[in-house]
Design a protein around this ligand. Sequence first.
Ligand code: R5P
Length: 300
Amino acid sequence: MGKYLIIGPSSQLLGMRIAKLLNIETITTETKKFPDGENYLRLNIDDESIIEGNDIIIIQTTGASTKENQNARIMELFMMISAAKRMNPQNLTVVVPYLAYGRQDKIFRPGETRFASVIVKMIDSLGIDKFYTVDIHAPDILNDFSIPAKNLDPMTEIANYVKVLNLNNAIVIAPDKGGVARSEQFAAHLGENIPVKLFSKERDVRTGEIEMYADIDLSGHDVIISDDIIATGGTMANAIKISKKCGANKILAVGTHALLLENAAYRILNAGADEIIGTDSIDTPVSKVSLAKLIAKQLE
Ligand code: R5P
């Protein structure tokens, strides 16, 4: 049985890194937009029989970027899956490093939809065999798949990058309650007895405004603020300002999925961060940590 990796338009760097590690053939896609805005995608192949009976992996991240919004990325993902599925692969594995809508995992206000679950069920309905994502906002959403679905933990990879920066008296900050388990994992990989501190964060569910509070002494410490997503940069900028007020020295802003929307990078650096660190789940200038080994290991 042959093995092919179909690399979606939003995961080209990470896809090629994984293909090299696995030493497998790749298939690219051809995309365009119709005049009415609809997406078009075809797998870049001349002979459909290369998919039939084979082990097929699709990778496509679904974060918004300057090139495309997340809705288009999701449509492209659906098109890739449905095209491959029509050609009868033996196994169809789908890797979505960043799953868009993952933060809509709860009902906050009357009249809302738990849309993360809808996205999962839509992917599931296309008939895939296995699903992988990375550091998903609410892992329990994956229980809505009917097939094996796994959330990969990138904390070792991110910690390995941070370790060589030789921080002094490092402290890891979780900018909200939801990030505590992640930050504890990260601190454990970073070294022995690295403390984790929690900042308290409240977000107004109507306006999205954030209020953050902490009363700890960070003087003499380098601080790593660790989060799953950096979107507008509001959470990070607040946490950085508070860390500075509490006396922190060096400040690193670390996010697995650094979407860095609009002026997020400016907000974070202007608040006083020394460095922004993200992974190649989203392809940006701060994608300093590669998820290729982590993902390739699962696909071997
Ligand atoms: C929220 O619960 C997440 O863990 C992140 O803190 C949040 O998504 C970051 O978004 P932003 O950068 O817009 O503050």
